[in-house]
Design a binder for this molecule. Structure first.
Ligand code: FBP
Length: 565
């Protein structure tokens, strides 16, 4: 196998663990807090999770751990979209298990949740794990988006666990996958089966976070990778001074990625979907705002710029959200008939007939490409795949039309040449930053310790992530405390609440305070590539969003090694 020099170097990187986890695993135990409640809809969640509801928060502390050296077999699943650091969760889990007892085994279920259902697995050994330490991607066992949620799937999973004598399953995934982990853990317990289920918070989107989960892994690396690329484009724009670059950024629904990248690169505009929704803006109003910025810069002779657009924007524009909702329902209910329509013209005609008057009007006013993208294949949840809708091109086209009109009236004298970009897959498998390498390794190691404490229905959790790794606090939170009831496919289901950008939160406010200046002046910043070796302030800093959410650098706690002290 050909291995790059960086890959070789990263194999030998020893991820940092919080102080308490640096001890012998036999001397790390859990301290349990008070019983917990679901974030909302307490009674409904409680009735659905009668065996696992209300468990206490667990924190690791020094103390004797009898269970640590027990021989165990554990299975691990990577679920959903790739996120940098997944390999390190597995490495941390593996190292913890082997520190406990060399005879213990770790199995990797291949291809996502389907692996445990179908009994498709590998057994890890030292050489296997060593070839993936501190590297990006999920290729160690692959991932998948099968939803593990039906009784039949649970039964099949149980049979596979029994065959392998697996007594704990670790699910590395986002909000949906962790919801399913909670359901599986509850189901095992309800059957009287002693198989523990522990989740780990993954997603580049950054929307699996709450009071206890400070960030999901992968967000740090992905946003740093995108910010490097955006900074490079800003340099190019500022050198050539001839293009407006419209950059769409991945992130499904929430705009956390776009916001973090804006804080890192100070572009001329960054649309925040949550704000668009809050202000009930129409597509035309979104376009108008961009036109104003472009005209102001043109007045200064700056016919260039860089703007960021979150992937999920389209669904947050009320009229578009309503249209997409109708299309999702229509395509789900009329699936069979719709499949018989072979040409776009036939599909378009059928759709226009079935949509409400308003939705049909909005649909008809869109460019043909976007119309086609809106009716493409749905994701496994029946939703439109927003990463495939070229919002950046839609906005560019609409802004261009508006500027042409203004030019004809003599109100705009600039030029508007454009370049469109979409950054998504570029960041999902990058070598994890030191932050993600350390965080993920700690999450995996903690997952092992939660198993030794006999816990199930928990998510591995690390707090105080704005501090140096040595000061992080590790433990686990009961999954039920993050849940509420939401409408899914026409029925109320327990789900982990997705975190959207809070317009009252510090990251958004920090952005909003500066954006008018960034819009007109050229204030670009160039973060450059992720650095793995060098001074702390260059290679060990967490994301700006996280730092701001925690109250600024080190949250005023003046920890040595933080960027402010
Ligand atoms: P997860 O929520 O599973 O982590 O995936 C997030 C994501 O990267 C989104 O940002 C994006 O919309 C989606 O996956 C793309 O999915 P796919 O990999 O199936 O194209």
């Amino acid at each position: 196998m050909n291995i790059s020099e960086l890959q070789k170097a990263r194999y030998t990187y020893q991820p940092k663990l919080p102080a308490v986890l640096q001890k012998d695993v036999k001397n790390i135990t859990v301290s349990l807090g008070d019983p917990t409640e679901a974030v909302a809809d307490k009674e409904e969640v409680k009735s659905l999770f009668s065996h696992t509801y209300g468990q206490p928060i667990a924190r690791f502390v020094e103390g004797s751990n009898e269970g640590a050296s027990k021989k165990i077999n554990v299975g691990v699943i990577l679920s959903g979209g790739q996120a940098p650091g997944g390999h390190n969760v597995i490495a941390g889990l593996y190292d913890g298990i082997k520190k406990g007892n060399k005879e213990s085994k770790l199995y990797g279920f291949k291809g996502g949740p389907a692996g445990i259902i179908e009994g498709n697995y590998v057994e890890f050994d030292d050489a296997f794990i060593d070839a993936y330490r501190n590297t990006g991607g999920f290729d160690i066992i692959g991932s998948g988006r099968t939803k593990l949620e039906t009784e039949e799937q649970f039964k099949k999973s149980l049979a596979v666990c029994k065959k392998l004598d697996v007594s704990a399953v670790i699910v590395i995934g986002g909000d949906d996958s962790n919801t399913n982990a909670a359901l599986l853990g509850e189901w095992f317990k309800a059957q009287g089966e002693a198989i523990q289920v522990i989740g780990c918070p993954k997603t580049i989107d950054g929307d699996l976070k709450n009071e206890l989960i400070e960030t999901s892994f992968g967000f740090d690396t992905a946003t740093k990778t995108y910010s490097e690329l955006i900074g490079n484009i800003e340099k190019d724009a500022n050198s050539a001074k001839k293009y407006w670059h419209f950059i769409k950024l991945m992130g499904r629904s929430a705009s956390h990625i776009a916001l973090e990248c804006a804080l890192q690169t100070q572009p001329n505009f960054c649309i925040i979907s949550e704000e668009v929704e809050e202000k009930k803006m129409t597509l035309n109003q979104v376009v108008d705002d961009l036109v104003k910025i472009i005209m102001k810069r043109a007045e200064k002779g700056d016919n260039f710029g860089v703007g960021l657009i979150p992937e999920g924007l389209i669904e947050f524009i009320p009229e578009m959200g309503a249209l997409i909702g109708e299309l999702n329902d229509l395509l789900a209910h009329e699936e069979e008939y719709y499949a018989t329509l072979k040409t776009f013209e036939d599909q378009q005609e059928f759709i226009n007939k079935k949509l409400s008057k308003d939705a049909s009007y909005v649909y008809s006013s869109l460019p043909r490409d976007i119309q086609m993208q809106l009716i493409m294949d749905r994701d496994p949840h029946g939703n439109v795949q927003v990463s495939r809708i070229e919002t950046e091109k839609l906005l560019m086209e609409m802004v261009g039309v508006r500027l042409d009109e203004l030019k004809a009236k003599g109100e705009y004298k600039g030029s508007f040449s454009t370049q469109a970009h979409f950054f998504g897959y570029e960041g999902r498998c990058a070598f994890p930053s030191n932050f993600d390498s350390d965080y993920c390794y700690t999450l995996g190691f903690s997952a092992f310790l939660l198993i030794t404490a006999g816990l199930t229905g928990y998510i591995s959790n690390v707090a105080d992530l704005d501090c140096p790794a040595n000061d992080w606090k590790a433990g686990g939170c009961p999954l039920t405390m993050m849940m509420n009831m939401e409408q899914r496919h026409g029925a109320m289901k327990p789900v982990i609440k997705k975190a959207l950008v809070e317009l009252e939160g510090k990251p958004f406010k920090a952005f909003a305070e500066q954006r008018d200046v960034w819009a007109v002046d050229t204030c670009f910043t160039f973060p450059g590539a992720i650095q793995y070796y060098g001074p702390d302030e260059v290679c060990n800093m967490p994301a700006k969003t996280l730092t701001l959410e925690k109250g600024g650098c080190c949250g005023g706690k003046a920890k040595k090694g933080c960027c402010c002290c």
